[in-house]
Each structure stands twice: as C-alpha cells, then as structure tokens.
Design a protein around this ligand. Sequence first.
Ligand SMILES: *[C@@H]1O[C@H](CO)[C@@H](O)[C@H](O)[C@H]1NC(C)=O
Ligand SMILES: *[C@@H]1O[C@H](CO)[C@@H](O)[C@H](O)[C@H]1NC(C)=O
Ligand SMILES: *[C@@H]1O[C@H](CO)[C@@H](O)[C@H](O)[C@H]1NC(C)=O
Ligand SMILES: *[C@@H]1O[C@H](CO)[C@@H](O)[C@H](O)[C@H]1NC(C)=O
Ligand SMILES: *[C@@H]1O[C@H](CO)[C@@H](O)[C@H](O)[C@H]1NC(C)=O
Ligand SMILES: *[C@@H]1O[C@H](CO)[C@@H](O)[C@H](O)[C@H]1NC(C)=O
Ligand SMILES: *[C@@H]1O[C@H](CO)[C@@H](O)[C@H](O)[C@H]1NC(C)=O
Ligand SMILES: *[C@@H]1O[C@H](CO)[C@@H](O)[C@H](O)[C@H]1NC(C)=O
Length: 704
Amino acid sequence: MGPESFKWLQLLVFSFFYTYVNCSSVEKKIYIELTNTVPCVRLLNATHQIGCQSSISGDTGVLHVLETDADLEWILSTGPHPPYMVLMESALFTRPTMMKMKNTSRVAGVAVIHTSTAPDKGFSPHTSCPNQNMGVYREQYGPELANCNQTVWNPLGNDLSYEDFTFPIFSLKDDNQTQIIHKCFEQHNARVNGSAPQYPLCAMQLFSHMHAVTDTVTCMRRTDLQNSFSVNPEKLCDPLGDYNVWASIRPLNDSQKGHKENESVVIAATRLDGRSFFWDIAPSAEGTVSGIVTLLAAAQALYPVTKEAQPPRNIIFTFFQGEAFDYIGSSRMVYDMEKEKFVIDLDNVHSMMEIGQVGLRSGQNLWVHTDPVSRKNTTVDDVVKTLVSSITSVASSLNLTLKEPDTSQALPPSSFQRFLRSRPIPGLVLADHQSSFNNRYYESLYDTAAYMNVNYPPDLTPEQQLEYETEAAKSLSEVATVVARSLYKQAGGDDRYLNNITADTKTVAKLLYGFLIMSNNSWFSSLLPPEALGRGSILESSPPQYYVGLRLDNSVKTITSFVQFILANMTGTVTNLNQSQCQNPKSVPGESKDLYFYTWVSGPVSANGTTEPYCVRAPVRRVKALSPAFDLLDYGSTEYSTWTESRWKTIRARIFLVASPELEMMTLVVGVAVLLVSLLVTYFVSSKAELLFSSTREAPNTTY
Ligand SMILES: *[C@@H]1O[C@H](CO)[C@@H](O)[C@H](O)[C@H]1NC(C)=O
Ligand SMILES: *[C@@H]1O[C@H](CO)[C@@H](O)[C@H](O)[C@H]1NC(C)=O
Ligand SMILES: *[C@@H]1O[C@H](CO)[C@@H](O)[C@H](O)[C@H]1NC(C)=O
Ligand SMILES: *[C@@H]1O[C@H](CO)[C@@H](O)[C@H](O)[C@H]1NC(C)=O
Ligand SMILES: *[C@@H]1O[C@H](CO)[C@@H](O)[C@H](O)[C@H]1NC(C)=O
Ligand SMILES: *[C@@H]1O[C@H](CO)[C@@H](O)[C@H](O)[C@H]1NC(C)=O
Ligand SMILES: *[C@@H]1O[C@H](CO)[C@@H](O)[C@H](O)[C@H]1NC(C)=O
Ligand SMILES: *[C@@H]1O[C@H](CO)[C@@H](O)[C@H](O)[C@H]1NC(C)=O
C-alpha cells in the first residue's frame, strides 16, 4: 500500500470514528432517560379495550406542568405549542381533568408524579360496582339487586381505570429525577409574564405502544391464526391469571379428583389480588391484604386445636387469585369442582365463610353479609341463621361488635358470589362496612400501610418493626380469632375448645410488615426454600404488589408463593426427612405426595450466621387460576372472565430539548447538504480508487 493511499484511509477512518463518538456523547447530553416509571397498559375483555398506549415510535410533546386552572386552560386551548406532555402531581389526577384531556388532540401524554399524601375526599379509579357483570345478581338471579341497583358498593369509584386513553400515561416516582424535570420546565417552558416561552423547549417522550387492539376476541383470534401459520408465532395478548392457594385441615388425596365420599367441607376464602390505574402498582392494603392476613392468622390459630380435637367437617382455606378481574380464581375453582377436576366437588361443600375488607379501625363494627336470594329457601336460610348466630356469639365473647346489615341487602362483590352462581350454598361474607365500602381508596395507589394505620414509632430497626404490634395488628388479630373460632363451630367442633383458639398478635404484626412494608425480612426468608433467597430473590425491600399479571412459563406471582410458604408453615409439620427425601418422599414409608406438599425451607438464621434447612410437610396446594373461558376457547364469554393483557416491546420515558420547527428545518437542510457532499466525496474516492489505493500485489508463493 502506498503512503498516499494510507493517509486517505486514515483520514476516512478517523472522521467516521470522530462522528460516531461525538454523536453518542451528544445524545447523552440531550436526552435524560427517566427511570422509576410505571405505565398504564392496555387490558382487554370480551368487548372492550381499556388502558393506555403510545404510538409505535413514542409520543412526544412540549412539557407543561399542571398546577392551576390557568395551566389547564393553557394546555387545552391557549398554549401555542401543542401537543403538550402534561406533568402533574397525583392529587390532580382526577376524572374531570383526565376526561378533558382525553377529549382533545392537544395532549400527547401524561406523567403523574406519585406523591404519598392521599386526597382527603377519597379516590378510587375503579368502577362503582366492581365485577358487575360476573357476579351472581343478574336477570335470572335477584334482578332487583343486579348492577348495584340498591347498594352502590364503591360510590367513590370514578371508572378511570376502565377508560380507553389514546395517549400514554405514566406514573413517576417522586425522586431527584422529578426535580430535574421540573428544572427543565422552569428554565425553558415557564411562561414569562403570561407570554409564550421561546425555543428551545423542554419536551418529554413516552413509549408504551401496545400490540393488541379492540378486544380479547379479536386479539386471541389473531394470535391463534398466527399460531397456525407461523413457525415463530408472536403473541399479541395473554390471559390474566396465576394460581389459587389452598390448604385443608385434614389432608385430601390430590390424585383423586371429584366427589369424595363422607367429606363435608367448610370453605374459608379470601382474595389474593388487587389493582390500580397503573400496571404493576397495587398496594391493596385494606382491599386485599387485610383479608389475607386475617385468614392466615386464623389458619394458624385453628391448626393446633384441630389436631387435638378434630371437628367432624373438614375446613379448606382458599386464597383466590385474579378476583379483581371478574373473579378469575374463584370461577376457576367452581368450574373445576363442576368438572371433577378438583379434590372435592360442590356436593362436598357444606358452607362458606369469606373474609372481605376488614381493615378495622377503632370504633368500627364488623358486618356479616349474606345473600337474600338463596335465603328465600328455608333449608338454606336455616343454615345461614345458625352460622350468623354462632359468629355473633363468638364475637360477643370477645371485644368486637358484630352486626348484620338489612337482610334484603345484596352481597358485596365477593368470590362467594361465584359459588352461588352455581348453587345455593349457605355462606357469609365478613367486612368492615355495612353498605358501601369504608375503604376510600379502593383499588388505588393510596390503599397503603399508612391508610390501614400500620405505622411504627421512629428509630426502630427493620427487625424491631417486624415484631412491633401496631394497633392494626391488634384489631386484625381479634378479627382472626373470631374467624377461627366460628370456623371451628361451623365445622361442627366442640364449644369446649373455643377458648384454646386465639390468633397470635405477633404473627399478625409480622404478616402486616411483610405484606405491606417489606418482604425482605428475617421471618419471610426463614420460611422460603434456600433457592428463593440469594440472587434473583423474590424478597424485596418493598412490599409485594398485588396485580395478578400473567401466568407465563409456569412462573408464579411472588405474593402467591409467599402465601403458599407461610400457609405451609402454619398448617404443616416439621419432618426429619433429608433434602433428597423431601424432594422425593415416595421412597419413605408413610409419606405421600398425594396427601401433602413437601418443601425444603431455609429455617431461621442462628446466632453464628448459619441456617439449618429442614423439610416441612403440609396439606397445602397451588391450583391454576386461569379463567375457564380460555380453556373453552370462548373468548367472548359472558359467563367467565375474559381479561387479557396486551403485549408490548418498549416501555420508556425521557426528556430532552427541542429546537423550534424552523431551526429543525434548518438543521435538516444542512444535514442534507452534508450528506450530498459526502456522497460526492465517496463517489470521487471510489472512482479514483485504482489511483488512490493502488498496491503492488505479489503473486502467491504456494508451497506444499
Ligand atoms: C368489558 O369492559 C367494559 C369496560 O369496563 C365494560 O363496559 C363491558 O361491560 C365489559 N364486557 C364484558 C363482556 O364484561
Ligand atoms: C439521584 O439520587 C441517587 C441517590 O440518592 C443518586 O445515586 C443519583 O446519582 C441521583 N441522580 C441524579 C441525576 O442526581
Ligand atoms: C414582568 O412584568 C413586570 C411588570 O409588568 C416587570 O416589572 C418585569 O420586569 C417583567 N418580567 C420580565 C422577565 O419581563
Ligand atoms: C390417592 O388416590 C389414588 C387414586 O385413587 C390412589 O391410587 C392412591 O393410593 C391414593 N393415595 C393415598 C395416600 O391414599
Ligand atoms: C332448598 O335448597 C335445598 C338444598 O339446596 C333443595 O334441596 C331444596 O329443594 C330447596 N327448596 C326449595 C323450596 O327450593
Ligand atoms: C435482604 O436483606 C438482607 C439482610 O438485611 C440483605 O443482605 C439482602 O441483600 C437483602 N436482599 C434483597 C433482595 O433486598
Ligand atoms: C414455622 O416457623 C416457626 C418460626 O417462625 C418455626 O418455629 C416452626 O417450626 C415452623 N413450623 C413449620 C411447620 O414449618
Ligand atoms: C452454628 O450454631 C448451630 C447451633 O446454633 C450449630 O449447630 C452449628 O454447628 C454452628 N455452626 C458453625 C459453623 O459454627
């Protein structure tokens, strides 16, 4: 290679390298990626799509901070630089504001800064009549009670979570990045004495494009079509679902499905999930956690006594997943019972007791709700009356006031409704509200530990907080005692043993801490298998989120695992099996996977920092909680939940400065000019390549 041509090559390589390096550093300077964002995503049912999405290349708008009515006016009509990307604090995230933005083309998207101060007047983006279409009340069953005709359960519900927005909406965590966004706005976009700001302006871009459109029927049909024609099918949406968890006081042979002779079973139920407007944020403290904690504590209180003095009937504790989305878990269990795919069938069910929202604050009563329609049948009514009177007598022996609302009132939204939809089973639903919910933040971001009064004195270490008995823990453990004792009576147990059944306040306190404050605590980790700790641990320095999500690749929702392992601790026995026997107990006489779930758990950390894992045998099971509509391929079902979640590729948010359209045009012109010049140069170089890069090629000297 001649020295001339080498120089040329160097120059070319250098200039390429230079532009490349410069570009990337320029990009870094201009764009600020926002971390800690959670989008609102698209969900679909048989007939509708709800949620939000951006266009495929993201939606961009000039940033405007919404604080006053004047700002809203500016965004919706007077501001000269539409479309706007609206930044607001969560207190301003209301239905009237959002609907005004929905009905204009001047809004490119919304970013909501999540502040923890909840609005005093309450806020619920959910519907006012939750699970309206999939409950028991309808044309054929108590039509006068259908559609919340007589009791509106969630009067604060404003339906925002069920709107279909054509622009992206993100939740931002309130941290130093929101300061940067505010600064960017103040410096570039703030109006000076009412006149429009000048370019360059601060802009925000949100990416949350959703693959699925219209409804579940359309989306699943397209997915099925793709599946049959393509080698690499791409899914557009997935059904919501996960697992239900249950445990019985007497083990039931899991390999033998369908009716069990001589089994009469009392079902004690609660739900495992909740939701909010944004995808994976659902603190659901009063809405869901209050029920989970109460039922777990009741199970723990009940077990020792049932070993000592077994009641004639069996008791099954069940935790239903996906109930917020038209009763996915309970409708699945009822379906499986009907189709002989569950360990018992509906004939085995004696009665039911469900724990609803019981975030009891001081001075509140507990209310026991029943179904007026099935009680018209005297056989059913007699059983219900006994149940009500026994729970009332149990409560009166403790410090709790328990009352029955007007018996013509419908049941609140509850899993029990799905059982009633199948047959008139006697049952109760316990809650802290007489008619409409006490919970002012139902299915919202604000239904948190603070709202449930789970507060700690300052200066406690995490370990001390874990053990600290808050007021909430005290009142919930009373509720758990009432539940446990009346379940024992409901199962035909002897009254003499009732006083031995008392829920442990310390346990309730630890459950509340783990479910509402931080799952990474010494107690939770001692109950989990060693492989669930360490790297990729399911324990977090935050509480679990309760949105049901998807059941992909047999992965299990974190909350479902927690409940399963805690229930195993509360209902199980410690065995002396070693690790391999624990995994395969068949070889050990007297052990059977038909009756029990075996799990190798970490155990507590001892003083010298080591743990001694051991094997627990417990009558705990996990069963699929997927709507039967997807097994039946009936995507337009009006009987079963049809909720799916759209797939997406990118969820991203960033801010940057935009130049005026004129300047951008100028940049474009210059860019095109540069491109033309470089094309010319390239042409020149390549046409003269012979000359420039001529080299004397030596004939190959092949030697063998
Ligand atoms: C689907 O959801 C929409 C929006 O909440 C609701 O109006 C509609 O009734 C639902 N469809 C079915 C079949 O439940
Ligand atoms: C924000 O705060 C975190 C920790 O408090 C820090 O690591 C990070 O560098 C900060 N980011 C900016 C952009 O200041
Ligand atoms: C805004 O207006 C006030 C009074 O009209 C004036 O004193 C002030 O200098 C103006 N500020 C700017 C930045 O123009
Ligand atoms: C459970 O039921 C299956 C099927 O009926 C039977 O083969 C098995 O022996 C039973 N297991 C136990 C422990 O009874
Ligand atoms: C009442 O319910 C019981 C049990 O479900 C049933 O056997 C009976 O026929 C019902 N009675 C009437 C009058 O419907
Ligand atoms: C959980 O807490 C322990 C001890 O406090 C800590 O070492 C570990 O890193 C934490 N794990 C997670 C996933 O936060
Ligand atoms: C449950 O956990 C406690 C510690 O919190 C432990 O003492 C007990 O042995 C465990 N029981 C079972 C059955 O795992
Ligand atoms: C740690 O203490 C336990 C008893 O608390 C003991 O069995 C074990 O051998 C000790 N381990 C070590 C490494 O000292």
